[in-house]
Design a protein around this ligand. Sequence first.
Ligand SMILES: *[C@@H]1O[C@H](CO)[C@@H](O)[C@H](O)[C@H]1NC(C)=O
Ligand SMILES: *[C@@H]1O[C@H](CO)[C@@H](O)[C@H](O)[C@H]1NC(C)=O
Ligand SMILES: *[C@@H]1O[C@H](CO)[C@@H](O)[C@H](O)[C@H]1NC(C)=O
Ligand SMILES: *[C@@H]1O[C@H](CO)[C@@H](O)[C@H](O)[C@H]1NC(C)=O
Ligand SMILES: *[C@@H]1O[C@H](CO)[C@@H](O)[C@H](O)[C@H]1NC(C)=O
Ligand SMILES: *[C@@H]1O[C@H](CO)[C@@H](O)[C@H](O)[C@H]1NC(C)=O
Ligand SMILES: *[C@@H]1O[C@H](CO)[C@@H](O)[C@H](O)[C@H]1NC(C)=O
Length: 289
Amino acid sequence: MKSVTRYREAQPSLFASIFVVLAVFVIGVRGLRNVSIDIPLAVAAGSTVNMSCRYDLESDNLYTVKWYKGPEFFRYIPKEMPPISVFGELGNKVLVQRSGAHHVILKNLQPNHTGKYRCEVSGDSPSFNTIMVSAYMYVANLPKSDPQVRVEKIRYAVGDTVRGNCTVPSGNPPANVTWTVNGVPVNSSFMMNVTDKIIDNQQLMTIAGLDFEIIPDSFNNGRLHIICHANVFHLYKKQADVELIEERPRLASVLGTRESSYIGTFYRTIYNYIRTAFNRSNFFSLNIV
Ligand SMILES: *[C@@H]1O[C@H](CO)[C@@H](O)[C@H](O)[C@H]1NC(C)=O
Ligand SMILES: *[C@@H]1O[C@H](CO)[C@@H](O)[C@H](O)[C@H]1NC(C)=O
Ligand SMILES: *[C@@H]1O[C@H](CO)[C@@H](O)[C@H](O)[C@H]1NC(C)=O
Ligand SMILES: *[C@@H]1O[C@H](CO)[C@@H](O)[C@H](O)[C@H]1NC(C)=O
Ligand SMILES: *[C@@H]1O[C@H](CO)[C@@H](O)[C@H](O)[C@H]1NC(C)=O
Ligand SMILES: *[C@@H]1O[C@H](CO)[C@@H](O)[C@H](O)[C@H]1NC(C)=O
Ligand SMILES: *[C@@H]1O[C@H](CO)[C@@H](O)[C@H](O)[C@H]1NC(C)=O
C-alpha cells in the first residue's frame, strides 16, 4: 500500500491522464448511437406520413432532434417550451400535436415533396455527439385508371409477328411496365414516357411496345395469353390482358385424325362444308361413317 501511495504521489499527472483517456473511451462507447431513419419509400399524393427517427441515448441526455429536406423544417428541443418549432412550407404540413422526439407526422404531401429527408440527433453533456441519417421518399401521383393493351389483330399463325402496345395513364413518376406471354416474361420492344399536357406537364403516360414472332411452341392449347403489368412502387399494381388465338389450316383444325381415316375425300369435303356451315355435331360424323 505504502509503495503504491508513494508511486501515486510521485506520478500524479500520469494517473490523471490515464483517467481522462479511460473516461473518454467509456463515455464514447456509451453515448448517443444507433441512429436510424424510418420513412416509407413511396406514398400517394395527399397522404399523411409518420416519419421515425430512432436512436439510443444511453448515458447522454437529448439536446435536439432536427429534420431537414434541404433546409430544416422541424426542431425538437426538450429543454425549451414549447419543445417543437417548424419552418417553411414543409413545416406547415407538420401535425405538431402528434409529433415529438421520435416521430414527425406530415399531412397532405404532394409530388414536389419527393426527395431526401434527413434526421439529425444531438446529445447533450457529457458526449455532445451529433449523428445525421437520411432516406429518400417519393410522393407519387398515381395513374387515375387502368392500363390498356392494344394488338393489331387477334388470330395468328406460326411465322406471324405479334405487334401491340400497353398504355398506362399518366402519373408521376411514370409506371414501370413489363410483359408476360403465357406466363413467360418478355422484354418490351420500346418504352416511351409521354407528357400529358392536358392534365399537368409533370405527369407522364407510359407506352410500352411488344413485338415478337410466333413459333410452333408459342401457343398453349391454341391460346396465347398476353399480360401487361403496370406498377408504381407498391402503390399501383394493375394488369391488362388480351388472348390471342391460333390460326391453323381449316382441315387440320376441323378434322381429327380418327375421322380422316374413316371419311373419304368426297365425304370429307361435304362433312367439312356442313360443319363449317352449321355446327359441329356427332350426328353428322356417325351418319357419314
Ligand atoms: C408513428 O409510428 C410509430 C411506430 O413507428 C408509432 O409508435 C406512433 O404512434 C406513430 N405516431 C402516430 C401519430 O401515428
Ligand atoms: C409544392 O407544390 C405546391 C402546389 O401544389 C406549392 O404550394 C408548394 O409551395 C410546393 N412546395 C415546394 C417545396 O416546392
Ligand atoms: C399501339 O397499337 C395500336 C394498335 O396496334 C396502334 O394503332 C398504335 O399506333 C400503337 N401506338 C404506338 C405508340 O405504337
Ligand atoms: C431482355 O433484356 C435483358 C436486358 O436488357 C437481356 O439481358 C435479355 O436477354 C432480354 N431478353 C430477351 C428474351 O430478349
Ligand atoms: C421514363 O421515366 C422514368 C422516370 O423518370 C425513367 O427512369 C425512364 O428511363 C424513362 N424512360 C424512357 C424510355 O425515357
Ligand atoms: C421501377 O423498377 C425499378 C427496378 O425494379 C425500381 O427500382 C423502381 O423503383 C421502379 N419504379 C417505380 C415507379 O415503380
Ligand atoms: C355449337 O353449338 C353449341 C351448342 O349447341 C355451342 O355451345 C357452341 O359454341 C357452338 N359452336 C360454334 C363454333 O358455334
